[in-house]
Design a protein around this ligand. Structure first.
Ligand SMILES: *Cc1c(COP(=O)(O)O)cnc(C)c1O
Length: 235
């Protein structure tokens, strides 16, 4: 593999910049292998549990898209770093009562998974990008709508002011290979695009499975530890 030499050389550079470059190289290689343009893929660096200073370092290195999964933490970092030109992606389970507050700083909400949350996000203000999250497991606790409720949830998003549907979001199941799971999301996306032809984005792929996600058409990768290093333990 032609990229392997470069990748292993930079893997030795275990700094934030080194890891960022190494992951970017792997994304470029995977996109080439999939016959896709790199410009159709957005890398969101997931910084949950890390301090705002790490986000500032990432911004210095040219990162613009930041992912967070807990509202209070995301809100505080967004406020502290308001002077930087960052796009905040909310990727965690979201309580309806926090929906309006998340709208205030988020460019995109990747975890829209139930009608009550859609209703809580309704607004007459500028539209926020959103992704409908699909649950690929049988465990309702993992977040995301069941696939058989997908169309009705999509319709709800489409008829709600203040939301712009970008596509689907999914997390691969822990106990099964990622690639078939992502292929399934791609099929679900075809169903969504019958209702919303522009909603073709796919938010999928994390540190350990982003190559598979790129192969199956991911447009938004959510990558944490491969770039940031291990997360600090909470509490
Ligand atoms: C934490 C998180 C990620 C990033 O996970 P890594 O394995 O660290 O890359 C992606 N998506 C969601 C929804 C997450 O909560």
């Amino acid at each position: 593999m032609s990229g392997a030499g470069g990748a292993s050389a930079s893997a030795a550079d275990d700094t934030l910049a080194g890891r960022l470059a190494e992951v970017a190289g792997r994304i470029t290689d995977a996109a080439a292998e999939a016959g896709r343009g790199i410009e159709e893929i957005t890398t969101i660096v997931v910084t949950k549990f890390h301090p705002a200073s790490l986000v500032a370092e990432l911004a210095e290195l040219g990162v613009r898209d930041i992912g967070e999964n807990r509202h209070q933490e995301a809100q505080a970092k967004a406020a502290e770093l308001a002077a930087l030109d960052l796009r905040w992606h909310f990727i965690g389970q979201l309580q309806s009562k926090k929906a309006r507050q998340v709208r205030a700083y988020a460019s995109a909400i990747h975890s829209v998974d139930r009608p009550a949350l859609v209703d809580a996000l309704r607004s007459d203000e500028a539209s926020v990008d959103c992704f409908v999250q699909v649950n690929l497991t049988d465990d309702p606790g993992r977040g995301g709508t069941a696939p058989d409720a997908l169309e009705s949830l999509v319709e709800r998003v489409l008829e709600t002011p203040g939301l712009r549907l970008r596509g689907l979001m999914a997390v691969a199941p822990l106990d099964a290979p990622a690639r078939p799971a992502f292929a399934r999301v791609r099929v679900l996306s075809d169903r969504v695009r019958r209702l919303a032809p522009d909603a073709h984005d796919l938010s999928m792929g994390m540190s350990h499975d982003f190559r598979d996600a790129i192969m199956e058409g991911a447009t938004h990768l959510r990558i944490g530890t491969a770039i940031t290093g291990n997360r600090p333990v909470a509490g």
